[in-house]
Design a protein around this ligand. Structure first.
Ligand code: AP5
Length: 216
């Protein structure tokens, strides 16, 4: 099962990705998480991309494509994987076609106005990647991770100004992928209303993917 989760920044890709990987035992490959981990480590890659990621622009296609290409060679990707945040440009989608087929593209659709509210309320547990929202998915204790009790943080690129920039980049460079995958007969493209509650979306996606598992 090889999946792509498409959607604007804050559409809920990471939230659904965690639920899909738990249920279907396939790894989540989040280019955003990989880049943020490199930044936190201060590696050569991290130093190269820090300013780009924190300002809401896109990292060059070749860098992210190489990261994904290497990652899906790992043994845990043998029975499938979930790409969260890749591809993000037509050039990345074309590059991906050279090294992997894709079964499903799940496009989570949310309006820009809702995105700004969502991202300003998002909190994350950096060590595990667990995602919360101060209103829609609050932790049991304000500001603390449910599992470890460690502090939650706000991402540097979740300020309103940077979110607006990320949305502009999304509309210009990533949203053309919707049409690209709709026209591609080799993949199943499914668009979902991302304003539905997390659990309802989860149920829809899981039903869809369970049918797929039964067919193959
Ligand atoms: P990345 O980390 O991929 O960020 P993003 O695509 O902007 O997506 P987010 O992680 O912000 O949002 P999400 O859709 O996962 O939403 P979430 O589930 O957290 O990329 C960051 C940066 O890295 C990029 O800007 C770029 O610089 C670089 N990069 C990464 N990949 C790249 C690539 N391929 N090419 C080039 N550069 C790349 O949910 C958001 C909030 O909403 C949470 O608080 C959550 O609790 C809440 N929420 C979720 N679902 C719902 C719901 N149904 N109802 C109400 N609230 C909800």
């Amino acid at each position: 099962m090889r999946l792509i989760l498409l959607g604007s920044p804050g559409a809920g890709k990471g939230t659904q990705a965690k639920l899909i990987t738990e249920r279907f035992s396939i790894p989540q490959i989040s280019t955003g998480d990989i880049l943020r981990a490199a930044i936190q480590k201060g590696s050569t890659l991290g130093k190269e991309v820090k300013e780009i990621v924190e300002s809401g622009r896109l990292v060059p296609d070749e860098i992210v494509t190489q990261l994904v290409q290497e990652r899906i060679k790992e043994p845990d990707c043998r029975s499938g994987f979930l790409l969260d945040g890749y591809p993000r440009t037509i050039a990345q989608a074309e590059a991906l076609e050279q090294f992997s087929a894709i079964d499903y593209v799940i496009d989570i659709d949310v309006s820009d106005r809702e995105i700004i509210e969502r991202l300003s309320g998002r909190r994350i547990h950096p060590q595990s990647g667990r995602i919360y929202h101060i209103k829609h998915q609050p932790p049991h204790e304000a500001g603390k991770d449910d599992v470890t009790g460690e502090p939650l943080i706000q991402r540097k690129d979740d300020t309103e100004e940077t979110v607006r920039k990320r949305l502009a980049v999304y509309h210009e460079q990533t949203s053309p992928l919707r049409n690209y995958y709709q026209q591609n007969k080799a993949v199943r493209y499914i668009k979902l209303d991302g304003t539905k509650p997390v659990d309802e979306l989860k149920k829809t996606i899981h039903e869809l993917l369970t049918q797929h598992k039964e067919v193959i």
